[in-house]
Design a protein around this ligand. Structure first.
Ligand SMILES: Nc1ncnc2c1ncn2[C@@H]1O[C@H](COP(=O)(O)OP(=O)(O)OP(=O)(O)O)[C@@H](O)[C@H]1O
Ligand SMILES: [Mg+2]
Length: 151
């Protein structure tokens, strides 16, 4: 599924649609170049989930966490990961719990250690806007895509 996002507001609105189509857990990879809008997407998703505080890029901390009601949202940015093994050291597997939603920017840096994502969202710069392509990697991701397309 491909969506044209003409400006930042459309990226935020798209993230809200994805939020509404998702259930209470999931692993989402965010792919795309520097400045493609990956962090903007997570900000829009968290806003839709009711989080009103600041959403900063976890580039230096690798992960930020946001407790929202009964679930917890982890936002990873693996850009500065030197070695996928670092994910093991930080106990990455413990983050993928049944009541957790994980967003991962730059999942390529964790290649080989990350499981298949439920959803992959690829953001591409196109003129002054962006094109988002969303694909499913699991049955649960397929269900999310079906809900998105049915809107
Ligand atoms: N659809 C859009 N059209 C135009 N600009 C956008 C769109 N979506 C987001 N932006 C802008 O793109 C810029 C970079 O966004 P963002 O920080 O989310 O990128 P990123 O993919 O997370 O980059 P990085 O890989 O460096 O973390 C921001 O200024 C944001 O406002
Ligand atoms: Mg970012």
């Amino acid at each position: 599924m491909k969506v044209t996002l003409r400006d930042e507001a459309e990226t935020l609105a798209f993230a809200e649609r994805v939020y509404r189509a998702m259930s209470s857990n999931g692993l989402v990879f965010l792919l795309g170049n520097l400045g493609a809008g990956k962090t903007t997407f997570v900000r829009g998703w968290l806003r839709a989930a009711g989080f009103s505080g600041p959403v900063k890029s976890p580039t230096f901390t690798l992960v930020e966490e946001y407790p929202i009601e009964e679930r917890i949202v982890y936002h990873f940015d693996l850009y500065r990961l030197n070695d996928p093994e670092e994910l093991e050291w930080m106990g990455f597997r413990d983050y993928l719990r049944p009541n957790a939603v994980c967003f991962i920017e730059w999942p390529e840096r964790g290649a080989g250690l990350l499981p298949e994502a439920d959803l992959e969202i690829r953001l591409e710069i196109s003129g002054t806007g962006r094109i988002a392509e969303i694909t499913a990697g699991t049955d649960s991701g397929v269900a999310v895509l079906a809900r998105l397309q049915a809107e």
